[in-house]
Design a protein around this ligand. Structure first.
Ligand code: BTN
Length: 243
């Protein structure tokens, strides 16, 4: 359940705020949302721009059980799945770009940043930050992007109420969070994965690798086959291959 929603007109990064609150003991379900972020953060050290009035940018605190900590990497797919299902409720057909970007017409509409909360030497929380491009002003200039981007309104062809979309995403987050350890959770996430079965290039922290996107494992890791050999990739990004 949601324990508290904190709205900030402006902040540096809702993930930083939620991380600080989590360190201070805030319970699962606390949500921080901002209209504008001065220093929004993306995955792999990138930045994330949040223009006021056009986007959704929020972070939620989770307190995983010991069992859930064994598969902590499923929390970012949780964010992508919740957003994808909320977009489906609007009549759209989103796909998920492994591990957790949400695409519409193969263009990025949402990013998810999952961060681990440490208490001394053990993990006691996860902060899931979600950024959704809702209206046209939210989409950065294409020369700033690694992957083409779009927004919900352009794809839907009509205005979208940000508050209802937020409410819907939160509802799906809470619903799927309960099922994060189930087979069904992975199945539903996997069913929406873009490029599955296709030849892809994956950008890893230590370089690029190209092969067939064979499968995902029970941790959500990407299984790539390269010349009859399987490689399991835990962190990285699927890139668009030049035609
Ligand atoms: C990515 O695609 O690289 C992830 C982007 C995550 C952006 C969201 S917006 C709310 C939260 N606060 C941040 O600073 N980042 C996340």
């Amino acid at each position: 359940p949601i324990s508290e929603i904190q709205y900030l007109p402006e902040t540096y990064s809702t993930n930083d705020d939620a991380m600080a609150w989590a360190q201070a003991g805030a319970p699962e379900g606390v949500v921080v949302i901002a209209d504008k972020q001065l220093k929004g953060r993306g995955r792999l050290g990138r930045m994330w721009v949040t223009q006021p009035g056009t986007s959704l940018a929020f972070s939620m605190i989770f307190r995983p059980t010991l069992e859930e900590i064994e598969k902590l990497s499923l929390f970012s797919p949780l964010g992508a799945l919740a957003v994808a299902v909320a977009l489906e409720d609007l009549g759209l057909s989103p796909e998920i770009k492994w591990p957790n970007d949400v695409l519409l017409s193969r263009k990025k509409v949402c990013g998810v940043l999952a961060e681990t909360v440490w208490m001394g030497s053990h993990i006691n929380g996860v902060v899931l930050g979600i950024g959704i491009n809702v209206a046209t002003g939210s989409v950065p200039d294409s020369n700033m992007l690694l992957f083409p981007a779009t927004c919900v309104e352009s794809e839907l062809g009509k205005p979208v109420d940000r508050l209802s979309l937020l409410e819907s995403v939160l509802r799906h987050l809470i619903e799927w969070r309960k099922q994060i350890r189930t087979e069904r959770f992975i199945e539903e996430w996997k069913k929406r994965l873009a490029f599955l079965g296709e030849k892809v290039t994956v950008q890893k922290p230590d370089g690029e690798i190209t092969g067939r996107f064979q499968d995902v494992d029970e941790h959500g890791a990407l299984v790539l086959s390269v010349e009859e050999q399987y490689h399991t990739i835990f962190a990285g990004d699927v890139k668009l291959r030049p035609l």
